[in-house]
Design a protein around this ligand. Sequence first.
Ligand code: FMN
Length: 227
Amino acid sequence: MAIFSFLSPFYLAVLCVLIVIILQNMKKSEGKKEKGETKTESRPWVDEDLQDSTELLAEEDGTSPSGAHTEPWTFVVVEDPEVKHKIREIIEEEEEINYRKRMGDKWVNDLKRLKTNWVKEYLDTAPYLILIFKQVYGIISNTKKRTHYYNEISVSIACGILLAAIQNAGLVTVTTTPLNCGPRLRLLLERPVNEKLLMLLPVGYASKSATVPDLKRKQLEDIMVVV
Ligand SMILES: Cc1cc2nc3c(=O)[nH]c(=O)nc-3n(C[C@H](O)[C@H](O)[C@H](O)COP(=O)(O)O)c2cc1C
């Protein structure tokens, strides 16, 4: 403190307060930087802040159009690791039979370049699994059903909007349609009999080591016809 001996106690006090303020600001900006960094960094499929995102996505999806405004969809968002693991067990068991027996050589061969198989690690590691059920009819009472016109098309449109919303939110997913798993997953998730599984979307941030196949898209003139 000898170097400050030329300052009056008043100025020394002011100097101390200034140093404290500067140090506090430095700490704050370091914290902000850390926060900003994790936002831009691609991370493994683990993130606790995703809760808000999934609610936001579901809300956005609820704006999807539906035949006769029947809104024939249910989005089951699974975050419980135990339930996710049970889902994985069911899907891997059924998918192994799919790949080995049900799908046949041609289908399995067509998938080879995409390197998919029945091992689905992402069902454990993705922070959220969204299972989209189509309600093939509505239930008004024990004896009365409501017709859900075009329920599959309506829910498929909702899934498309959800895919776009996931991408817009900076998250990643893969469209999956677990073959022959619907009935067991419906029972596991305690969904009613009028609901059938349409799609399962694992949602999270891409891991740093994630790669995607370099697929070529059709040209506009090949997909659009102007009459
Ligand atoms: C209707 C549909 C069903 C799909 N089902 C599965 C699936 O069950 N499992 C899987 O790993 N990928 C599935 N995929 C992902 C496709 O294999 C993936 O979209 C493809 O690798 C990339 O080609 P694309 O960009 O043209 O879609 C599905 C995609 C669509 C659109």
